[in-house]
Ligand binder design. Structure first.
Ligand code: CU
Length: 168
């Protein structure tokens, strides 16, 4: 059936512009990002002397399969892992957490909740910078994601005016 349709299309005459638009439409629906988990992250600039940092943002699974996070790697810290804040007797404590996302599911990391903990930073996170981290999934896939760093007191995602890839 599909082949028939394609043949019919060929008989019609399209302007170059129309063909271009159809191509753009097709390509925009074939963005590789749609076949892998997406992480959009942000963090705060490190206060003086801080060794650890938390990365917030959101995970989205655009695939048709359930995906599970197995590891987070940030090359400028000793370790990186998913944490969840839990309240025990009125005290907030951080616990390591696992992440499993069903098809088309989204998961938010927010101050006071889940975050990616970067422990023992080799360098402070700089305001206005964008850093990369690697997310390893249980199906063997590795995705590289970026996170933006705002001010020290940043409380939601910020997009810097100009993006500087760090460390410079
Ligand atoms: Cu933590």
């Amino acid at each position: 059936m599909v082949t028939k349709k394609r043949c019919k299309v060929r008989k019609l005459s399209f302007s170059k512009n129309q063909i271009f638009l159809v191509l753009v439409f097709c390509l925009s629906h074939y963005v590789p990002a749609y076949s892998q988990p997406i992480f959009e992250g942000w963090s705060r600039a490190s206060p003086l002397g801080a060794r650890n940092a938390a990365v917030y943002g959101s995970f989205y699974n655009p695939t048709k399969e359930k995906i599970e996070l197995s590891d987070v790697v940030f090359e400028h810290s000793e370790s990186a892992s998913l944490h969840q804040i839990v309240w025990e007797k009125g005290v907030a404590k951080m616990r390591s957490a696992s992440l499993s996302l069903g098809p088309r599911q989204k998961f938010y990391l927010e101050p006071g909740g889940a975050h990616i903990m970067l422990v023992n930073l080799a360098l402070p996170l700089d305001s206005g910078c964008v850093y990369s981290l690697d997310l390893k999934w249980k199906n063997g896939r590795i995705t590289t994601a970026q996170f933006f760093v705002g001010e020290i007191n940043q409380n939601s995602k910020s997009l810097p005016e100009s993006i500087t890839v760090c460390p410079r």
